[in-house]
Design a protein around this ligand. Structure first.
Ligand code: IDP
Ligand code: MG
Length: 204
């Protein structure tokens, strides 16, 4: 079973911060994710995953300074302009347990505590983007972890200067994307199964 934000957040905390969950929540787990990849199939919770498309989890970590700089719109524009499809979006006050689970692979790092505190310190805008090769493509668009080493033209290269304030998180593999989608959107709130009418002009 995938771990969901609602499993990690305490009852009151989840109710207050998790906001607008549906009455009946559904969980996206590895089986669901796999089901979604079959040709012509639509697994529950797959938010419209198609055979040639990957989903990609992005959280634009906008603290008050980031919001004032308008980086959420900038980031959305970049993925939209690339031709990726926005499948889900929500503004979220991240509970500490979700942040710790999200970054569990970094739990031994000295900056782990600061990183978790940072993610929880202001609103996070979480998104699911879909498109062919979306994970690799979006990682290229995001740029290197250290913004001073991110190429100009990348999101971090253009919008950030500090590794601890590098504006955006992006999944580093298809597997982590599915894990992160289950964690942040397991209840499917904000997920929409749709394709833009312009799709034939963007994809063969
Ligand atoms: P990524 O965000 O490019 O995938 P990761 O290695 O997964 O990079 O690290 C997650 C986040 O942890 C980074 O985006 C950054 O905010 C923070 N981080 C990584 N390395 C350092 C560091 O050496 N010092 C402070 N923060 C770091
Ligand atoms: Mg990472």
């Amino acid at each position: 079973m995938g771990i969901m934000a609602r499993d990690l957040a305490s009852g009151d905390d989840a109710g207050r911060r998790g906001s607008t969950r549906r009455g009946s929540t559904r969980e996206l787990d590895a089986r669901d994710a796999g089901r979604g990849r079959g040709a012509g199939t639509r697994g529950r919770g797959d938010a419209g995953l198609t055979e040639s498309a990957e989903r990609f989890f992005v959280s634009s970590r906008c603290r008050p300074d980031g919001v004032q700089r308008g980086v959420v719109g900038e980031i959305i524009s970049r993925f939209e302009n690339k031709g990726m499809v926005l499948k889900a979006l929500k503004t979220y006050a991240c509970p500490k347990a979700v942040a710790e689970e999200h970054y569990r692979d970094l739990s031994s790092k000295p900056f782990f505590g600061d990183l978790v505190d940072y993610i929880c310190s202001g609103p996070v805008v979480a998104m699911i983007w879909e498109g062919p090769g979306a994970v690799k493509s979006a990682r290229l668009m995001i740029g290197a972890t250290n913004p001073l080493e991110s190429a100009p033209g990348t999101i971090r290269g253009d919008l950030a200067v500090e590794v601890g304030r590098n504006v955006i998180h992006g999944s580093d593999s298809v597997e982590s994307a599915e894990r992160e989608i289950a964690l942040w959107f397991g209840d499917e709130v904000g997920c929409v199964d749709w394709q833009p009418t312009i799709t034939p002009w963007v994809r063969e």
